[in-house]
Design a protein around this ligand. Sequence first.
Ligand SMILES: Nc1ncnc2c1ncn2[C@@H]1O[C@@H]2COP(=O)(O)O[C@H]2[C@H]1O
Ligand SMILES: [Zn+2]
Length: 304
Amino acid sequence: LIHHFQLDMVKLHRFLGMVQEDYHSHNPYHNAVHAADVTQAMYCYIKETKLAEQLTPLDVFLGLMAAAAHDVDHPGVNQPFLIKTRHHLATLYQNTSVLESHHWRSTVGMLRESGLLSHLPADMSQDIEQQLGSLILATDINRQNEFLITLREHLDNQDMDLQLATHRHFILQIALKCADVCNPCREWELSRQWSERVCEEFYRQGDLERKFDLEISPLCDQQTDSVPAIQIGFISYIVEPLFEEWQRFTEPSMLSQIMMGHLHKNKACWSRLRYVHTLAETKTHPHAEEPEPEGGQEEAEDIP
Ligand SMILES: Nc1ncnc2c1ncn2[C@@H]1O[C@@H]2COP(=O)(O)O[C@H]2[C@H]1O
Ligand SMILES: [Zn+2]
């Protein structure tokens, strides 16, 4: 890519350094390691045979740049929090895709400041900025259904034509969305750490809301939302439906089969941990109902 786009190494280093610096290292989840994690996953998806044969160098460049910068300057709280605290970003972006718009505009700012694309024709660098925006905005989890429905339609109708730039862009959006939520598809020990980190970030927001007498957001109450329960919900409603379609798209590839294997195993581990957690709660509150053991536990042999 460096050779193809004649990138200046000093400018590239400056740009990537700025991106890394603008992630908040004190966020348990939305930090530069999450960006690296998503970029690594995105690279693997771009390398899938089904995609690699069709993508142009520009597509690959856009996919990797969008992955690296997709959460830059994330404040560690979500959009509803920014709206209810009347944060200036919520006002600026009129309460829609507030964080994603900020990640995109910050990326554009850093691109211009570093001069990374300054040697390219103006219409090309403008196109890169726009496409980066469309990719980063696709990571808004509130738009999940819209993307999933379109992907299902394409797969059902078998009308995906990766020779078309619009279709390649759509599949890059999907790949980035998959990369962004792929942590439950990684091996248990790694996946568990991401889960605990993301929940820690949710709980910190909940603690802030409690402190300032605001309504505690869903999933953010440490006293009622357990990590296993959050994980089972997230896997069932967000990750599984998306990766099932991704697996279909890859026909299915070895990588997507491995990821689905991890996903099912991790879900079974969380089911077992939720059972243990609820049982412990019942012992502390003896009048609460005893939980029923759930299915899938037989797969969860390797958890402590
Ligand atoms: N393991 C997880 N458990 C619960 N929520 C998650 C998990 N991983 C990612 N998310 C959420 O999914 C969102 C995807 O976009 P973000 O990275 O902005 O923020 C992410 C979190 O809010
Ligand atoms: Zn992210």
